[in-house]
Design a protein around this ligand. Structure first.
Ligand code: 4FM
Length: 223
């Protein structure tokens, strides 16, 4: 998988150099090119924004640097071009999984009050939202998308970080986890987990997953 991110805050993406994704990037399991939109501005001061037509507060990102940057990084339109926005289709694990099957994803991050609609109309394939709340820009949403999609790429997760037995894999929330010590502040780990009976452990985990999902997210069970 190849990701290209277009942003006016490229430094923010250093967060992806940490932990599991940092290791995967180092080991070339996927690539991430972070492109500064400002570098494509033809303005003498490298401006990337202007006041909104029709008036109102805030600034709008102009078409020229965005359209030039997108066409420079994806000249033959072979990438899936995504704009992170609260107006987009809500990201869920099914969308994550289907995006992970693509070869190349371009993500446009907006800032300020918005992006000139013509840049979106001309160049963007799909708008995706990470949830019904408003952030100051699309950078954190882009990192959420990259993080969630990367987990499905071969070799990104270690063998102990399996992608199969997890929340949402069968539309259930995860069962509770425990590790040593067996008793902490008087709270004991459920006996079955210490029994060594793998079939009983699997049964208990499935029951817990169903119980927790019923209680916290009945919508996931269609209830
Ligand atoms: C997006 C601010 C574009 C300014 C944002 C511009 C968001 C979300 C979000 C903020 N993106 N899911 N929620 N973006 O809040 O995806 Cl120009």
């Amino acid at each position: 998988m190849k990701f290209k991110v277009l942003t006016i805050f490229p430094e923010m993406f250093s967060a992806l150099d940490c932990s599991i994704l940092g290791r995967a990037l180092k080991n070339d399991k996927f690539t991430l090119d972070v492109v500064n939109i400002r570098d494509y501005s033809t303005d003498k001061h490298s401006k990337t924004d202007d006041a909104p037509f029709g008036g109102g507060a805030g600034m709008v990102m102009t078409c020229q640097p965005i359209v030039s940057a997108i066409r420079a990084v994806d000249p033959d339109r072979k990438m899936r071009r995504i704009y992170m926005s609260p107006k987009g289709k809500r990201l869920d694990q099914n969308i994550v999984k289907s995006l992970s099957e693509l070869d190349e994803i371009l993500i446009l991050c907006g800032s300020y009050e918005g992006v000139d609609q013509r840049a979106i109309d001309l160049e963007i394939d799909e708008e995706i939202s990470i949830g019904d709340y408003v952030l100051t820009g699309g950078e954190l949403p882009a990192m959420v998308l990259i993080n969630s999609v990367s987990r499905y790429i071969d070799g990104v997760l270690g063998s102990s970080e399996s992608v199969v037995e997890e929340s949402f894999s069968d539309n259930l929330l995860e069962y509770p986890h425990y590790t040593r010590p067996a008793v902490f502040e008087g709270l004991a780990v459920p006996d079955v987990l210490l029994s060594g009976n793998h079939a009983e452990v699997a049964k208990w985990r499935k029951e817990k997953a169903v119980e927790i999902t019923k209680r916290l997210r009945p919508d996931l069970l269609g209830e």
